[in-house]
Design a protein around this ligand. Structure first.
Ligand SMILES: Nc1ncnc2c1ncn2[C@@H]1O[C@H](COP(=O)(O)OP(=O)(O)OP(=O)(O)O)[C@@H](O)[C@H]1O
Length: 350
């Protein structure tokens, strides 16, 4: 199973329907990114609010307030950071919490910023505490204190910075300390996309790929994409492969269904691991409650993988519930597997 560092630094598997992305995938994504706010599909509230912030700043000829974007992976935070820079006609500097090991690394980035530049700080919740403290001051007073010397003889030389805008992105806004959160003048929360919005993302992407996508196929792919544009675009690329290699090049409904069957992405966007968790819960444990460790052993995975990789979507979809006594299968889980819950019929099988 391919592995990569997950959101929280743990290793997670990268299946077609996981929201994270590795560097290779990010390269494939680059071609599909909307470049301007008007091309950015969905997230109407955040888009409207952001367009006001940007227009006002442009009108005043000043750098806008710092922007914090929060929300699950793959919903467009990086894309929006790029769009913010493009709308401002500013250049973008990109770094991330995990890439900054020491406060000095951040001081070096900050002190090389030019006036009006946008600094994108991905995974800002993973910044080390000393770097975080340096960032507060830089964001508020446009100043970094460069420490010279060591121990009792050390002194801080203040260095002023030109006005710039930080765009911070986080999947865990709750982990940001209040003083850092308060430095952002605007916070936008990105939410999962509706199927209609994902269809629009898909139609736009297919146009950019120069691959004809039929409306019914767009709807089918959208409905299996877990509300996430990154997953929608990824499934689209796999359907395009199928259409090219096994079909007639057209991405029709049949091609979409056949391709997604090959990749074991079911009608609700669940993959093999998701289904085996549901299967174990319902068939082996009668719907639970069952402890995470026992459930993980039953599906042959680490508890952490079940908890961080499969569970979030299953819980969000109302298929699995978390109770103090363990995981339980909810009615939708039984229905999804074509089973009858024991309480309803007294038997596990339809
Ligand atoms: N609103 C949107 N309209 C069109 N395409 C989108 C939209 N949002 C995201 N995408 C596409 O989805 C892919 C992933 O988006 P992006 O990298 O911006 O997500 P992210 O939230 O930054 O994810 P991560 O937190 O993992 O870095 C990109 O290819 C991007 O073009």
């Amino acid at each position: 199973m391919a592995e990569q560092a997950g959101e929280d630094g743990t290793d997670v598997d990268v299946s077609l329907v996981r929201p994270g992305a590795d560097d290779l995938e990010r390269a494939a994504e680059a071609a599909l990114r909307p470049r301007r706010l008007e091309e950015f599909v969905g997230q109407r509230v955040v888009r409207d609010q952001l367009s006001l912030v940007l227009e006002a700043a442009l009108g005043r000829g000043r750098a806008p307030d710092h922007v914090l974007l929060s929300g699950p992976p793959g919903l467009g935070k990086t894309t929006l950071a790029m769009i913010i820079a493009a709308e401002l006609g500013a250049s973008l500097r990109v770094t991330s919490g995990p890439a900054i090991q020491h406060a000095g690394d951040l001081a070096a980035v900050l002190s090389s910023l030019e006036e009006g530049e946008v600094l994108f700080l991905d995974e800002i919740h993973r910044l080390a505490r000393p770097a975080e403290e340096l960032l507060y001051v830089a964001m508020e007073d446009f100043r970094v204190d460069v420490v010279v010397g060591k121990g009792a003889g050390a002194s801080a030389i203040p260095l002023s910075l030109p006005p710039f805008t930080v765009v911070g992105a986080t999947t865990r806004a709750g982990l940001l300390p209040a003083p850092l959160r308060d430095r952002f003048g605007f916070t936008g929360h990105l939410d999962f996309y509706s199927d209609d919005e994902l269809e629009r993302v898909l139609v736009r992407s297919a146009g950019l790929l120069g691959a004809p996508l039929e409306a019914a196929a767009a709807a089918e792919i959208a409905s299996r994409s877990r509300g996430t544009p990154r997953i929608a675009n990824r499934l689209l690329r796999r359907v395009r492969d199928w259409a090219q290699v096994r079909g007639d090049g057209r991405m029709s409904l049949d091609a979409a269904r056949a391709a997604l069957e090959v990749y074991e992405v079911d009608a609700r966007g669940l993959d093999r691991l998701d289904r085996s968790v549901l299967d174990a819960l319902c068939r082996r444990f009668g719907g639970g409650p069952v402890g995470l460790t026992t459930l993980a052993v039953a599906v042959g995975e680490e508890p952490e993988t079940v908890e961080t990789v499969a569970e979030p979507f299953l819980v969000r979809e109302g298929l699995v519930g978390r109770t103090p006594r363990g995981r339980v299968a909810l009615p939708a889980a039984w229905e999804h597997l074509g089973l009858v819950p024991p309480s309803a019929g007294g038997t596990l099988f339809a």
